[in-house]
Design a protein around this ligand. Sequence first.
Ligand code: GLP
Length: 241
Amino acid sequence: MRIIKVSDYKQMSQRAAEHVIGKVRSSDCVTIGLATGGTPEGLYKELIEDHQMNGTSYRCVKSFNLDEYIGLSKEDTNSYFQYMCSNLFSHIDISLDHTYIPSGMADDIQKECDRYENLIEEAGGIDLQILGIGANGHIGFNEPGTSFHSGTHTVELTASTREANARYFSSLDEVPRQAVTMGISTIMKSREILLLVSGKSKQEAMKKLVENEVSEQFPASILKNHPNVTIIADSEALELI
Ligand code: GLP
């Protein structure tokens, strides 16, 4: 894992954007794995600004999101579909037909998980996966204890993850208890991974990621076994290392 230390959130977002833009411009057809949460919002802002100023085109880009809440429809303002539209898709020239997010409303969720996993394979896999990290080491919605062999699957969200995400909802009660997420093995099949880490709330996670052994109790630790991982972290997140 290569760690790039930057001064703050803004710089993290800019460095990440340079990386993504470089990838998008380097090839006709790139498949990008996208993350949600607060961490990549700055990156998406930078991508939009670059698209408007420099014309970087996403017409040939395919995207696969990491996860979606179960029970939230595409129209729900808290669905990750809405998050992606308002934070990125509506502001760049990506075709919505090329953007994929698992459905949290499927009647048969297992079938939906299998369909999503197949879609990624049919697209030829993910060239660049963007990740954030949960304070408990989760990536996507793969909570501690998730098998490293997991493909796209359903998860029960932990109390701490629901609490951390409650800021987007009007009350904790409204935060869904389950989600569909790419599995650890799905994420690990990506050819390249870019992990973004910012702020005090991620200090402990960052310390564990760097210092601890690879363990299913800390999902992000598996990234140590991937051949092409870049972490862009700000100085606050790296303070305990
Ligand atoms: C959420 C998302 C993850 C994200 C993580 C951290 O639960 N499913 O993809 O990386 O939490 O979120 P944040 O960036 O808001 O700290």
